[in-house]
Design a protein around this ligand. Structure first.
Ligand SMILES: [Zn+2]
Ligand SMILES: [Zn+2]
Ligand SMILES: [Zn+2]
Length: 205
């Protein structure tokens, strides 16, 4: 049985638009040159290959000409990467076996941001409700009504949303970049600068 995978977050903005994040994948993988099994943190399907991100850092490319072995369970005596197992169990990908102390590993991007990505933004100030005071606006990233204040210095009239916790309407995380690069998209909505949310609204229509 496959295990749940985490989103394939990356710092790279070079994104292949055919890349599809995978929600589940094999528990263990092993490439032709691997000295031990590894565990899969995230996966991306492309037209010609599947990429498995490993918990210990590197990734493996699965292509027809380069088979990757997969397994749900390992036989006694087989070797598995300790970094991968510790992180996978600590992050909650599998239950920690009975009798083992609790393992803790918290990838930073598992949690929603403490600060809404609209905080400080001039672009993401939505329309001001007619009845409300001048110095508030809708945050396009989370939908909350948020204070607007001058951010610049004396002769700089730039305004921005005040720092705030994300509202209930926070846009979903980009599976590749979390909420790190949320900007105003040509659609007039907030979205990741890589364009992932644009496709989302396109599909929803
Ligand atoms: Zn590993
Ligand atoms: Zn917000
Ligand atoms: Zn993105």
């Amino acid at each position: 049985m496959p295990v749940a995978l985490l989103p394939p977050f990356t710092r790279s903005m070079a994104r292949d638009l055919t890349a599809v994040p995978l929600n589940s994948g094999p528990r263990y993988v092993r490439g032709p040159a691997s000295s031990r099994w590894h565990r899969v943190r995230a996966g991306v399907q492309r037209t010609d290959r599947t990429t498995w991100d490993l918990w210990c850092g590197p990734f493996m490319q699965q292509r027809d000409d380069r088979p990757i072995r997969t397994a749900d369970h390992l036989d006694p005596g087989e070797q598995v990467c300790g970094t991968c197992v510790g992180r996978a169990l600590g992050a909650g990908q599998d239950d920690v076996p009975a009798g083992m102390p609790g393992l803790v590993f918290s990838p930073r991007w598992l949690n929603p941001p403490k600060l809404c990505p609209g905080s400080g933004s001039e672009q993401l100030i939505g329309p001001r409700p007619e009845s409300s005071h001048r110095s508030v606006g809708v945050c396009l990233a989370c939908g909350d009504l948020v204070g607007v204040r001058c951010m610049g210095r004396r002769y700089d009239t730039r305004v921005g949303l005040t720092s705030h916790e994300p509202g209930a309407g926070l846009l979903p995380a980009c599976p590749f970049h979390s909420w790190q690069y949320v900007v105003l998209r040509p659609s007039g909505r907030a979205g990741c600068t890589c364009g992932w949310h644009d496709e989302l609204t396109g599909r929803a229509r």
